[in-house]
Write a protein that binds this ligand. Structure first.
Ligand code: NAP
Length: 249
């Protein structure tokens, strides 16, 4: 299903809503954070590096948007105990979670399977697939406390169609599609909806690493596509569940 990239978000549309965004310090995650904070959401910005998160926090606050909360956590090394602590902190401070955007990912390397670096394979699967599983598992209790909770997994074209040399990244995104579909069926009778979103191409560090020879001026900025995520998380948009969504170019 194609969703439009442009959406005008009403001020206060996310007032009293709490949304956690992973990889919120830069790229698409920061663009999503800015849109949500502009509409009044308290965004829990999760990222692996505190310095980088603080830099992004300043950008949100300097723009006069709703103050976010920073949550440093390296998704590669995070343990069940770390996720339990996050659940406890979140429930103590907010009592609920209205939105969860699984955005953080790494590209791994572009290499034939025959030569794929085994350590990088594990890291990519850990950050892009196993960490979203654990984070979701520990945050379901907080999502169940919301009247309308929405979970989005960022996917990719190569998570829906195989392409040679995309290795662990492609496999992790195929995995996230399967995981999201399974979860959406399990939670069908709850107030939690689950969908995947392929954002299409965006001018970020990941895109530059994947297509170093590309003229980046032809690639849309993440800010041009991030409003679609606010639309999907908003209670004023129709609730959909178990869909593979794509943001229009
Ligand atoms: N850009 C595109 O054209 C495109 C196309 C299709 C799909 N996507 C998907 O869209 C999403 C956003 O992509 P992007 O282009 O914004 O990527 P990006 O610029 O590479 O940003 C990735 C984000 O993930 C974070 N991250 C990586 N490893 C982490 C870890 N171990 N723990 C916590 N955070 C970690 C990064 O933090 P650090 O700053 O600390 O590294 C950064 O905030 C991804 O899921 C990607 O697969 C992107």
């Amino acid at each position: 299903m194609i969703i439009e990239k442009e959406y005008s978000i009403n001020e206060d549309e996310f007032k009293d809503k709490v949304v956690l965004v992973t990889g919120a310090n830069r790229g698409f995650g920061l663009a999503v954070t800015m849109d949500l904070a502009r509409a009044g959401a308290t965004v829990i910005m999760l990222g692996r590096d505190l310095g980088s998160l603080e830099y992004a926090y300043d950008a949100v606050v300097d723009a006069g948007l709703t103050e976010p909360m920073l949550y440093p956590l390296d998704l590669e090394g995070a343990t069940p105990e770390n996720y339990q602590e996050l659940q406890d902190n979140l429930l103590n401070q907010f009592g609920k979670l209205d939105g969860l955007v699984h955005n953080a990912s790494i590209l791994g390397t572009q290499m034939p399977i025959e030569q794929y670096d085994i350590k990088l394979w594990y890291s990519t699967l850990q950050i892009n697939l196993s960490a979203p599983f654990m984070l979701t598992q520990f945050l379901i209790p907080a999502l169940l406390k919301s009247d309308d909770a929405r979970v989005i997994f960022m996917s990719s074209t190569v998570g829906r169609e195989a392409r040679a040399y995309w290795g662990a990244y492609s496999v992790s995104k195929f995995g996230i599609e399967g995981f999201a579909k399974t979860l959406s069926e399990e939670l069908e009778k709850t107030k939690i909806s689950v969908n995947t979103v392929n954002p299409g191409k965006m001018r970020t560090e990941m895109r530059r690493a994947a297509y170093p020879a590309e003229d980046s001026s032809t690639v849309p900025l993440p800010e041009e596509k991030s409003q679609a995520i606010a639309f999907l998380l908003s209670s004023s948009s129709p609730k959909i569940n178990g869909e593979q969504l794509t943001i229009s170019d």
